[in-house]
Design a protein around this ligand. Structure first.
Ligand SMILES: [Zn+2]
Ligand SMILES: [Zn+2]
Length: 353
C-alpha cells in the first residue's frame, strides 16, 4: 500500500525498454530529474540506428532504453543554464568528448575516454530524456525553424558519414564503391554526390535499396547476387579498381569483397563493425604490395554534427528520401523489428507526438 502511494507521487513517463530485439516493452519510468546545469527534453522524434539492432553489442547492456538519434523540445531548464530556454527545439548528441585529453587534442574525439561514457538519460525512445551538462555544453544544437524534428534525427547518422569521409579524405575521389545501401550507404551516396565525386557505385542485395541509391545519386548500382561487382568496377575504372571503398554492411564478406575492389594505393573505410568473434584472413604480403589503406571510422563528434545540420538544412542530404517508415513510441518494438528484418525500408523513425 505504502509502496503504491510512493510510486504515485513520482511523475512517470513511458519508455521503450529493450531486453532483446523480440522483447521490447513499454514501461513506466520516473521522469528524470535535472541538476542546475542540465535540461529536460520532451522527445519528438528519434531515429533507429543499425547499432540498435546489433544484438551482440547490446547483450551485456540490457535492459536499456535505446535511441541515440533524438530531437525534441526543451521543457525544463536548470538554474545555471544560460544558452537554452523552455521551448527550444533541439538535437542532442548522446556522446561528447572531454576536449582536453591526448586523443581530443589530436582530433580523436570519438576515442576519448569520456566519449563512450556520456549518454542521455534514459535514451531517445522515451517521452522525456535528461541532457547531462557535458552533452548540453558541447553538442546540443538548436534546430532551425525550417527543419522538422524528423529531419533533425539525421544529424547524428550524417555526422558519422561525414567523419568517415573526412578521415579517408575521399570526398572528391574519382571512384568510390559503397558496400551496403541501408541508411548509411545512402547518406554516403548523397554526400559524395553533393561533394562532387565523379563515380559512385553503390551495392546491396535488396532491389528496393538499389533503386533508392539510384534516386539519391549513385551512378551505378550492383546487386552481387545477379552481377559481379568486380567486373562492373573494373570496367568503370579502366581495370584499376576503385580509389575508395566504404564498407557500410556489417559482415566479413563485404570486407573481403571490398579489398578486392580497391585499386593499388586505394582506401578501404571500415565503417560497419562485425561481431567480435568475426575475423577475416588478410594477406600481409598482398596488403604490403598493394599499399591499400584500411581506415576505420567510429561515430561522430561535435565538429561533424554542426556540418551535418547545415547539409540537411540545405537539403544536400534529403531526409524525405531516407525516412521511409515512422512509428509511434508505443510501437518502438515494431520499429526496431522492421529496421532489422525488412529490406524494403531505409530509415525508420520513432515519433512522440
Ligand atoms: Zn547511430
Ligand atoms: Zn578527451
Amino acid at each position: 500500500m505504502c509502496n503504491n502511494l510512493f510510486q504515485n507521487s513520482v511523475p512517470l513517463m513511458k519508455a521503450a525498454v529493450y531486453y532483446s530485439l523480440d522483447n521490447i516493452l513499454i514501461e513506466n519510468r520516473p521522469i528524470p530529474k535535472i541538476s542546475s546545469k542540465e535540461v529536460l527534453v520532451a522527445m519528438k522524434a528519434c531515429g533507429v540506428c543499425g547499432s540498435d539492432l546489433m544484438g551482440w553489442y547490446l547483450k551485456t547492456r540490457v535492459p536499456q532504453v535505446l535511441g541515440h538519434e533524438p530531437s525534441g523540445v526543451v521543457v525544463k531548464v536548470g538554474k545555471m543554464v544560460k544558452e537554452f530556454e523552455s521551448g527550444d527545439r533541439v538535437f542532442v548528441h548522446h556522446h561528447v568528448a572531454c576536449l582536453t585529453c591526448h586523443y581530443c587534442r589530436d582530433n580523436g574525439y570519438t576515442l576519448c575516454k569520456q566519449f563512450s561514457k556520456t549518454h542521455l538519460d534514459p535514451g531517445g525512445f522515451a517521452e522525456y530524456f535528461r541532457v547531462p551538462a557535458p552533452n548540453l555544453q558541447i553538442d546540443t544544437l538548436k534546430i532551425p525553424p525550417k527543419l522538422s524534428f524528423e529531419e533533425a534525427t539525421l544529424i547524428e547518422p550524417v555526422g558519422c558519414c561525414l567523419r568517415a569521409l573526412n578521415k579517408c579524405d575521399i570526398a572528391k575521389s574519382d571512384s568510390t564503391v559503397i558496400m551496403g545501401a541501408g541508411s548509411s550507404g545512402l547518406i554516403f551516396t548523397m554526400l559524395l554526390r553533393a561533394f562532387g565525386a565523379s563515380l559512385i557505385v553503390t551495392t546491396d542485395f535488396a532491389e528496393y535499396r538499389l533503386k533508392a541509391a539510384r534516386q539519391v545519386g549513385a551512378d551505378l548500382t550492383v546487386n552481387p547476387e545477379t552481377e559481379s561487382i568486380i567486373d562492373v568496377v573494373k570496367k568503370a575504372t579502366d581495370g584499376r579498381g576503385a580509389d575508395a571503398v566504404i564498407v557500410a554492411a556489417p559482415n566479413v564478406n563485404a570486407y573481403l569483397a571490398g579489398l578486392e575492389l580497391c585499386r593499388k594505393g586505394g582506401k578501404l573505410c571500415v565503417f560497419a563493425p562485425t561481431q567480435p568473434e568475426d575475423f577475416m584472413r588478410l594477406s600481409i604480403n598482398k596488403l604490403f604490395f598493394s599499399e591499400i589503406k584500411l581506415i576505420p571510422s567510429y561515430s561522430t563528434s561535435h565538429i561533424e554534427t554542426r556540418m551535418a545540420l547545415r547539409l540537411i538544412e540545405a537539403k544536400r542530404v534529403d531526409a524525405k528520401k531516407l525516412i521511409t517508415h515512422k512509428f509511434p513510441l508505443a510501437k518502438t518494438a515494431d520499429a526496431l523489428q522492421m529496421a532489422a528484418r525488412n529490406k524494403n525500408c531505409v530509415k525508420v523513425v520513432v515519433l512522440n507526438e
